[in-house]
Design a protein around this ligand. Structure first.
Ligand code: FAD
Length: 577
C-alpha cells in the first residue's frame, strides 16, 4: 500500500526532518515512520498498518503536504501484527516527537494517550496540562492523596508549621518592644490538625481538578512491564495500564544512613518531623541544609533545644557565606549548638535517649538526644519503577537522564522532577511537567530556564538565584556586586529586624545581573524579581531605575543595584568602580 501524509491540519509544504525506518523494517500500526517539522510543531507520521517497509519515497529536507506519498508498505493482516512493539534501545540523542493524533485503545485494562506515573507537583502538572491539550490522561499514584511529597509531606505542611513558629517567635520578640504575651500554650493535636487541614484542602482541590479535566486517577504502585505498559498494584489486584506516551514523575525519598537505627521511633526523617508526635527536649538535626534547618526552626520555636550537625564548613552550603551568616548568627543565639565540619559516626539507641558520636574539629565526642532528625538529602526513585523493562536507562544513583524536552532515551517516555536531577525543588518539577506534557502533545517546547531560585524558609529566610558570588568567581567571570544592608531599610527596621542583606551579582563586562543572594524576612518572595531580571537580561540600571514601592523590602533589590552603580543616596555610595 502507498503510505500518504495524513491530515496535518493547516500545514502544507512541511519539511521532512527525520526518517525513522529503513527499507525492510517491520512496523506495527501506529509506529512512527517519518518526522515532520512545521513552524509550530514537530509531528510524526504514524504507520497506517502493520507491515514491512518496501520503499521510501522521500528524503530528509523534502517538503510534503497532506496526501503526499511517502512510503510503500507491504501490509500484513491485523492478525499477523506483533501484539506489542519490542523495547526501543535507549538512545542518547533527542528522540522525535509524537504526532498529536488520537490513538485507539491499547492492550491494557486501561489505556492512556499520556500516562503519568506519580502525582507530585511535576506529575499532576504534566497530567493536567496534557489533559488541557486534549490528551486522554491516566495518572498513577501509590498514595491515598494526590500532590506528592510537596503537598503531603514537604513544602506545604512545613510552611504551615513555619508560620506557627514565626507567630511564636515574633510574639516573644515583641517583649523587647513593649508588648509582652504569656508563654504560648501549645496544643499539639490542634496544631497538627490545622497543618493537616491546610494539606487536605490543597490535595482535595487537586482531586477536584483531576475530575474536572477527566484525568483518570489509578491508585496503586506502578511498575513498567514493557515499553508501552505499566502494571499497577491496586487494592483490587493488578491493573494493566497501557500508554502511547508516558511521563515518569516518581520523585524522591529521604536518604537513610546505615549506621543509624532508622527503626527506632526516636529517629525521624522530615516526614516524621512533620507528624509532630511530640516536642523532644533535646533534638539533634543531622544535616544543615534547607530541610533540616526549616524543621529546626519549627522545633526551636515549639521549645526543643536544637543542635545542628553539618559536615561542610557552613550551613546551607549551596549559598554564599555572607548571605548565610545572618541566619547562622541568629540561630546560634537560640539553638544549643551549630556544629559545622562535624560528622555523625554512630547513633546508639539507649533507654534514656539516642547516644550520638560525632567527629569534629576538636575530635570525637558523644552526646545523648531525645530525638534525631536525619535530613542529609533525598534520593531519586528511578530504581523503584522497573524503568529498564521499558528500555529507560537509570543511573547508579537512581536518576533518569533526559534531554531538554524531558525525553528519556526512549522516544515516547519522558521524565520530570526530582527523579531527573538537582535541584530537587517543586517549582523545577512543575516547569518540567509542563514541558513534557506540551512536547507529548506535539508542541515545540524546551526546558530552557536560565535560573532556578532556591529558598530556605528559615528565620531569617535565605534565598539565592543564578550564580553565587563564589561560583561566578570560580568561573572566571569578572564579578561586580551591589550589596545593600537591611539595617538601612526603613521597612526592615519597622519589622524589628536589621540583619538582612540583598546582594546582586553582576557581570562587569556588561553590567547584567547574573545572580543574587538575599537573607532576611520574606527573602523567598523577593528573589523572584531577580529571577525575572536574569531571564530578561536586565542590567543594574534596569533594576536601579525601576520604581519600587516605599517602604518595602523589595526596595532592597533596587538599592543593591544602586550600590553597584554608586547612585545610592540612602547610604554613602561605595567607592567608585
Ligand atoms: P514528588 O513530589 O516526590 O512526587 C512523586 C509522587 O510519585 C509521590 O506522590 C509518590 O507517591 C508517587 N510515586 C512514586 N513512585 C510511584 C510508583 N511506583 N507508583 C505510583 N506512585 C508512585 N520544594 C520546594 O520547591 N519548596 C519547598 O519549600 C520545599 N519544601 C520541602 C520540604 C520538605 C520537608 C521536603 C521533604 C521537600 C521539600 N521540597 C520543597 C522539595 C519538593 O517537595 C520536591 O522537589 C517535589 O515534591 C518534587 O516533585 P516531584 O513531582 O518530582 O515528585
Amino acid at each position: 500500500m502507498d503510505v500518504k501524509v495524513p491530515d496535518i491540519g493547516d500545514f502544507s509544504d512541511v519539511p521532512v526532518i527525520g526518517i525513522l525506518v529503513a527499507v525492510g523494517d517491520t512496523v506495527a500500526a501506529e509506529d512512527p515512520l517519518l518526522e515532520l517539522e512545521s513552524d509550530k510543531a514537530t509531528m510524526e507520521v504514524p504507520s497506517p498498518a502493520a507491515g514491512v517497509v518496501k520503499e521510501i519515497k522521500v528524503s530528509e529536507g523534502d517538503k510534503v503536504s497532506e496526501g503526499s506519498v511517502i512510503m510503500v508498505l507491504d501490509a500484513v493482516d491485523a492478525g499477523d501484527a506483533p501484539a506489542e512493539a519490542a523495547p526501543e534501545a535507549p538512545s542518547a540523542e533527542a528522540p522525535a516527537a509524537v504526532a498529536a493524533t488520537g490513538t485507539a485503545a491499547g492492550p491494557g485494562d486501561i489505556h492512556g494517550e499520556v500516562v503519568v506515573l506519580g502525582s507530585g507537583p511535576g506529575g499532576y502538572t504534566a497530567a493536567f496540562r496534557a489533559a488541557d491539550l486534549g490528551k486522554k490522561v491516566v495518572l498513577i499514584e501509590k498514595d491515598a492523596s494526590l500532590g506528592g511529597v510537596c503537598l503531603n509531606v514537604g513544602c506545604i505542611p512545613s510552611k504551615a508549621l513555619l508560620h506557627a513558629a514565626k507567630v511564636i517567635t515574633e510574639a516573644e520578640e515583641m517583649g523587647e518592644h513593649g508588648i509582652s504575651f504569656a508563654k504560648p500554650k501549645i496544643k499539639l493535636n490542634d496544631l497538627r490538625d490545622w497543618k493537616s487541614s491546610v494539606v487536605n484542602g490543597l490535595t482535595g482541590g487537586l482531586s477536584g481538578l483531576a475530575k474536572a479535566r477527566k484525568v483518570h486517577v489509578v491508585n496503586g504502585y506502578g511498575r513498567f512491564s514493557g515499553p508501552n505498559m505499566i502494571e499497577v498494584q491496586t487494592d483490587d489486584g493488578l491493573t494493566k495500564v497501557s500508554f502511547d506516551q508516558c511521563i515518569i514523575a516518581a520523585g524522591s525519598e529521604p536518604v537513610t544512613l546505615p549506621f543509624i537505627p532508622h527503626d527506632d521511633p526516636r529517629v525521624i526523617d522530615s516526614t516524621g518531623a512533620l507528624e509532630l508526635e511530640d516536642i523532644p527536649k533535646r533534638l539533634l538535626v543531622l544535616g544543615g541544609g534547607i530541610i533540616g534547618l526549616e524543621m529546626a526552626t519549627v522545633y526551636d520555636a515549639l521549645g526543643s533545644k536544637v543542635t545542628i550537625v553539618e559536615f561542610m564548613d557552613q550551613i546551607i552550603p549551596g549559598a554564599d557565606k555572607d548571605i548565610v551568616k545572618p541566619l547562622h548568627k541568629r540561630i546560634e543565639g537560640r539553638y544549643e549548638a551549630i556544629l559545622t565540619k562535624t560528622k555523625v559516626t554512630a547513633v546508639e539507641a539507649q533507654k534514656k535517649g539516642l547516644k550520638v558520636t560525632m567527629e569534629g574539629p576538636d575530635g570525637e565526642k558523644t552526646d545523648t538526644f531525645d530525638k534525631v532528625l536525619v535530613a542529609v538529602g533525598r534520593k531519586p526513585n528511578g530504581k523503584t519503577v522497573d524503568a529498564e523493562k521499558a528500555g529507560v536507562a537509570v543511573d547508579d544513583r537512581g536518576f533518569i537522564n533526559v534531554d531538554n524536552q524531558q525525553r528519556t532515551g526512549v522516544a515516547h517516555i519522558f521524565a520530570i522532577g526530582d527523579v531527573v536531577g538537582q535541584p530537587m525543588l517543586a517549582h523545577k518539577a512543575v516547569h518540567e511537567g509542563k514541558v513534557a506534557a506540551e512536547v507529548a502533545a506535539g508542541e515545540k517546547r524546551f526546558f530552557d530556564a536560565r535560573v532556578i531560585p532556591s529558598v530556605a524558609y528559615t528565620d531569617p529566610e535565605v534565598a539565592w538565584v543564578g550564580l553565587t558570588e563564589t561560583e561566578a568567581k570560580a568561573q572566571g567571570i569578572k564579578v561586580g556586586k551591589g550589596s545593600f544592608p537591611w539595617a538601612a531599610s526603613g521597612r526592615s527596621l519597622s519589622l524589628g529586624r536589621s540583619e538582612g542583606i540583598t546582594k546582586l551579582i553582576f557581570d562587569e563586562e556588561d553590567d547584567r545581573v547574573i545572580g543574587a543572594g538575599i537573607v532576611g524576612p520574606n527573602a523567598g518572595d523577593l528573589i523572584a524579581e531577580v529571577a525575572l531580571a536574569i531571564e530578561m537580561g536586565a542590567d543594574a540600571v534596569d533594576l536601579g531605575h525601576t520604581i519600587h514601592p516605599h517602604p518595602t523590602l523589595s526596595e532592597t533589590v533596587n538599592f543593591a543595584a544602586e550600590m553597584f552603580e554608586g547612585t545610592i543616596t540612602d547610604l554613602m555610595p561605595p567607592k567608585k568602580r
